[in-house]
Ligand binder design. Structure first.
Ligand SMILES: *Cc1c(COP(=O)(O)O)cnc(C)c1O
Length: 352
């Protein structure tokens, strides 16, 4: 039994449930309730299945070029992976090797500590303040790297770019990752750190097709940064798995990026529904953070979140709840269609 002494032991990340019952109202993993762009359907329909016999384009050129046009940057400033989880995990492996602790908030995406453990990277969690805002000063000390989700999950809170820029600027010796999985649901383009990649070569901004582009099942994520950062990421990728994205994923991803009007339209729909549900929940005695995402982070004035979570689940409405310090009295509720939200609100009105 000695081989077990030499196993890389990890406590894996727990993802939200994926129930197979189609009658469940699924508000637990922040998927978009609307279908992807019709151009995605066209691209997949037009794809000649015979071509599956060939390996995909390992440079993912078609998608890189589409994204480069979208953001007004060079293809050499973009790295694509199998969802942003793949991109983030690869970035941890590539950039966090100083032996000094990597810093991220205590309440944030719960995959960061899992990757740190997996790669044996030391880390320190910096407590958010009592309103779940980042304490900027905590990130102005020596460190081995920084990861900040903005807007943050599960709190839905957006940090000002000026604060993040100060952190990036103060840390020329480490890579700062800003995880912008939800930035498309913020109100203004100026809320993104993406424009800063030309100014700071230690900044990596990650994005995903899983939320705002309605393509969680396709597994596409990317990172933007200086040419140098991206080259290092590619060196690691090509030492690990040259063919990450499948050909259908590359084609579907590029088609989605080409249809910007559709994309803006569904993001606006989510924002409208979010605003309405925010008000409805307030009138039911919930308190929510100001959301810049496609989910709400809500706590009820009387009933414990765990209890509401179970009651919703019994009624086939799945939301997310964590038995973790600081957030165990909150629910994270994905913004679904107006109809799904009405069903949830009707239930809560009866239940509360
Ligand atoms: C959803 C999410 C991701 C990962 O999404 P992928 O589906 O792997 O692209 C990364 N970071 C945060 C904060 C997320 O919520």
């Amino acid at each position: 039994m000695n081989w077990e002494n030499n196993v890389r032991r990890v406590v894996p990340y727990t993802a939200g449930e994926q129930p197979q019952d189609p009658s469940v109202i699924k508000l637990n993993t922040n998927e978009c309730p609307y279908p992807p762009s019709p151009k995605v359907a066209d691209a997949l329909r037009d794809y000649d299945i015979c071509n599956l016999r060939k390996y995909p384009d390992m440079n993912i050129t078609l998608l890189l070029e589409a994204l480069a046009r979208l953001h007004g940057i060079l293809p050499e400033q973009i790295f694509v992976g199998i969802g942003s989880d793949d991109v983030l995990s690869m970035a941890f492996m590539t950039f966090f090797n100083s032996g000094k602790p990597v810093l991220f908030p205590d309440v944030t995406y719960s995959f960061y500590d899992v990757w740190a453990d997996l790669y044996k990277i030391p880390y320190e969690c910096k407590p958010l303040d009592e309103n779940f805002n980042i304490v900027k000063e905590d990130y102005l000390k020596e460190n081995g790297g920084i990861v900040i989700a903005n807007p943050n999950a599960p709190t839905a809170i957006l940090a000002p770019v000026s604060d993040l820029e100060e952190i990036i600027q103060a840390n020329p010796d480490s890579v700062v990752i800003i995880d912008e999985a939800y930035i498309d649901f913020a109100d203004e383009k100026k809320d993104s750190c993406l424009p800063l990649i030309d100014k700071y070569d230690n900044l990596l901004v990650t994005r995903t097709f899983s939320k705002s582009r309605s393509m969680a099942g396709m597994r596409i994520g990317y990172a933007c940064g200086s040419k140098k950062l991206i080259k290092y990421l590619n060196d690691v990728k090509f030492s690990f798995n040259s063919y990450t994205l499948s050909t259908p994923a590359i084609l579907a991803g590029a088609a989605s990026v080409e249809d910007n009007d559709y994309f803006e339209d569904i993001c606006n729909k989510v924002r409208r529904t979010r605003k309405r549900v925010w008000q409805e929940l307030r009138s039911l005695g919930f308190e929510e953070t100001v959301s810049h995402t496609n989910f709400l982070f809500a706590s009820h004035e009387k009933i414990p979140a765990g209890q509401i979570f179970e009651a919703l689940k019994e009624n086939k409405i799945y939301v997310r709840h964590w038995n973790k310090p600081r957030i165990d009295n909150f629910l994270r509720i994905t913004v679904g269609t107006d109809e799904e939200m009405d069903t949830m609100i009707a239930f809560l009105k009866k239940y509360l």
